[in-house]
Design a protein around this ligand. Structure first.
Ligand code: TMP
Ligand code: MG
Length: 216
């Protein structure tokens, strides 16, 4: 029997939708089951590019809109081959935000010419998730959870537009099969249960198909 490859599982959603909590819980759950799991998040603020992104998000520096978009993308490409290697070695990778955020947050700024399709182009070729769990919560509900933080983009109008664009991206011909919407308005435990079911389903589908890791 050939060893199974790891899976690529992505969490997406608005700021304060519960992604980080659910990521932590899923990683712990899979490890308890004896699986080897790596936990990543984007932006990865530890690399030189990630430090530029961090400075931009926290208001410490300015960047031209196309430039920051490409830096976010480059921050994923920095790790793309490492992700593929982990997966081919049988290690599952759970990621807090991925290129979906890259597309919708940049497109939400309304810069002429930077629509979803333009924003998606630099991401083409990245490792493609086995499943993207979109934790769905309105900007009002998200803001009630202790309010948005102080980072750039954590403002109600921006978050409303981001949510609309996430919905548009889910209709994209190359995305529809990968993104699953999870109602993030339930309790943490209920959301976790739903996620376990969806992840099991996606992982068995990948195992049955026997397909290698695909590309965006
Ligand atoms: P975080 O709150 O998950 O650390 O993400 C920081 C912010 O960066 C968040 O508002 C979403 C935004 N973002 C982008 O604009 N483009 C991207 O590619 C990613 C990964 C995040
Ligand atoms: Mg945030």
């Amino acid at each position: 029997m050939t060893a199974r490859r790891g899976k690529l599982i992505v969490f997406e959603g608005l700021d304060r939708s519960g992604k980080s909590t659910q990521c932590d819980r899923l990683v712990a759950h899979l490890r308890n089951r004896g699986q080897r799991v790596e936990h990543l998040r984007f932006p990865d603020r530890t690399t030189p590019i990630g430090k530029m992104i961090n400075s931009y998000l926290s208001g410490g520096s300015q960047q031209e809109d196309h430039v920051i978009h490409l830096l976010f993308s480059a921050n994923r490409w920095e790790l793309a081959s490492a992700i593929s290697t982990l997966i081919n070695d049988g290690i599952t990778v759970v990621v807090d935000r991925y290129y979906y955020s890259g597309c919708v947050y940049s497109a939400a700024k309304g810069v002429v010419g930077m629509d979803l399709e333009w924003c998606r182009q630099p991401e083409v070729g990245l490792p493609r998730p086995d499943v993207c769990l979109f934790l769905d919560l309105s900007a009002e509900e998200a803001a009630k959870r202790g309010g948005f933080g102080l980072e750039r983009y954590e403002k109600k109008e921006m978050q409303d537009r981001v949510r609309e664009l996430f919905a548009e991206l889910r209709e994209h011909k190359d995305e529809a099969d990968d993104i699953v919407v999870v109602d993030a308005g339930c309790s943490v435990g209920e959301v976790e249960e739903i996620i376990h079911g969806l992840v099991d389903e996606a992982c068995s589908l990948a195992d049955r198909s026997g397909l290698p890791l695909r590309s965006v």
